[in-house]
Design a binder for this molecule. Structure first.
Ligand SMILES: Cc1cc2nc3c(=O)[nH]c(=O)nc-3n(C[C@H](O)[C@H](O)[C@H](O)COP(=O)(O)OP(=O)(O)OC[C@H]3O[C@@H](n4cnc5c(N)ncnc54)[C@H](O)[C@@H]3O)c2cc1C
Length: 440
């Protein structure tokens, strides 16, 4: 097995609702569509396909939510992390891009509907996403994003410094972008709730069922595990960054990018009223991306990408995360500790939107979500169900490509981009004459 970060050391593992009782596949079963991978992508596909009347068997190597879906930061921000909407329209063509934009921007509302319909207990809050401007000139930059998302129908706008202080409790921001559709949740609780929903919709879900081989037998596919085989008309591989065999070369379609997460000790209630009082997702607006939110116990869960010493030196990383948090929110008590610290793996590829790969007649893989997987994995079920129902490729919201490896430079390019953003932030702070955050 490839070496992934530990699964059972996360805050979510300690606090999520239990998984439904499931076990391994034994023997032979026949179905319309076999889905491999029990993350948001695989499970939303299973739910959508069942709703459209298809028989579905879902195979998961470990347990539902074992991958990124059970260990992420839990922000559900229905936007694109890297591309502007105009860049996407150039990349995909107007019609396809608009279809994808419509799906992605609905991602948080689809999650909210699943949570409501299947009564998923996962700390869901849809109080909005705030991306701050830490220098006056950055307000214009976030204004462009706010306008772009408002133009496609989201409740998205700019707030001034005073409103930013009221929402976030921090006086560091010169303004910011508020996207009201943003939500946050306990990611493993959501994944386990989706697993229940998959069963409730009548799909078969087998865990501890690692797929070792997918092979064509006449007009059908045989999807093999240690103890069983699924005989299916169609196959969807949705194994993401945690791909562990199953189809040769699939794990080369992306490069792993680690993410660091940490959760504080619970903050006293009086403090919580003054630190992120709007209780949404906070993004400090810097290119090296410090994102944070509360969990239901009043812990702040913070995340960053490891760069240089950050991530390599644990003591330094804890200290820098706390310095960054207390610089933004001096009300966070000095006695606050990081009770939990964990890392996880992202499937990064060049275009940072999910990639669909044709594996053979009626077999498709979807990897490379490159972050934003909470809304993206949730909305992908609709796109993958369209594919499985035979929607012609030009009418899908994503193109279907031939399987190809991510370019080798993707091993270091994301790190270089983060350093470049950091430099731009330093220049902006110098030009605007404002203080830089600690360790910036
Ligand atoms: C630390 C971290 C923080 C993040 N923070 C956020 C965030 O705040 N907001 C956000 O939107 N996104 C975030 N992301 C990204 C998001 O978590 C992922 O993009 C998303 O969960 C991917 O979902 P998925 O279903 O495609 O893959 P996964 O959730 O990784 O699921 C793939 C599943 O396939 C299974 N599998 C692999 N190989 C096999 C096999 N051979 N047979 C059977 N099963 C197999 C794995 O065990 C795994 O359970 C974060 C990711 C990480 C790692």
């Amino acid at each position: 097995m490839p070496s992934f970060s530990p699964f059972d050391t996360t805050l979510w593992h300690a606090t999520a609702m239990p998984a439904p009782a499931t076990g391994p596949l034994e023997g032979r079963v026949k179905t319309d569509i076999c889905i491999v991978g029990g993350g948001y992508t695989g499970m939303s596909s299973a739910i959508e396909l069942r709703k459209r009347g298809h028989d579905v068997v879902l195979l998961e190597a470990q347990e539902a939510g074992f991958g990124g879906s059970g260990r992420n930061a839990g922000h559900c921000t229905p936007t694109f992390s890297y591309f502007s909407l105009d860049e996407l329209r150039k990349l995909l063509g107007l019609e396809r891009a608009n279809r994808l934009i419509a799906r992605q921007t609905a991602g948080a509302d689809i999650a909210a509907r699943y949570i409501q319909d299947y009564q998923i207990s996962c700390e869901w809050k849809q109080n909005g996403y705030f991306q701050g401007a830490l220098t006056p000139s950055r307000v214009e930059r976030v204004r462009k994003k706010a306008d772009a998302y408002a133009s496609v129908g989201l409740d998205s706008g700019i707030v001034d410094a005073e409103e930013a202080r009221r929402l976030t409790g921090s006086s560091r921001f010169y303004g910011g972008w508020l996207l009201k559709q943003g939500g946050h949740l306990n990611p493993l609780g959501y994944a386990r709730g989706l697993a229940r929903a998959v069963l409730q919709e009548g799909a078969e879900l087998y865990t501890s069922s690692k797929v070792s081989k997918v092979e064509r037998q006449g007009q059908r596919w045989h999807v093999r595990t240690d103890q069983g085989v699924v005989d299916a008309e169609k196959v969807i591989m949705a194994t993401g960054a945690y791909t562990d065999g199953g189809w040769q070369g699939l794990d080369k379609t992306f490069r792993i990018k680690k993410v660091i997460l940490a959760a504080t000790s619970p903050l006293p209630e009086g403090v919580r009223a003054r630190v992120i009082p709007f209780d949404g997702t906070m993004h400090d607006g810097r290119g090296d991306i410090f994102v944070y939110k509360y969990n239901r116990e009043g812990r702040i869960v913070a995340s960053m990408f490891p760069v240089g010493r950050r991530g390599r030196d644990l003591d330094f990383t804890r200290e820098m995360l706390m310095d960054r948090l207390r610089w933004l929110h001096p009300e966070v008590p000095e006695t606050t500790r990081w009770d939990y610290y964990w890392t996880g793996e992202l499937d990064m590829q060049r275009n940072t939107i999910p990639r669909l790969y044709a594996l053979g007649p009626g077999a498709l893989a979807c990897t490379g979500l490159s972050g934003r997987g909470v809304p993206t994995g949730t909305m992908l079920g609709g796109i993958l169900a369209d594919w499985a129902e035979g929607t012609p490729e030009p009418e899908l919201a994503l193109p279907v490509e031939r399987l190809k490896s991510a370019p080798p430079y993707m091993s270091f390019a994301p790190g270089m981009v983060l350093r470049w953003y950091n430099l731009q932030d330093r220049i902006a702070a110098m030009r605007d004459g404002v203080e830089l955050p600690p360790h910036a």
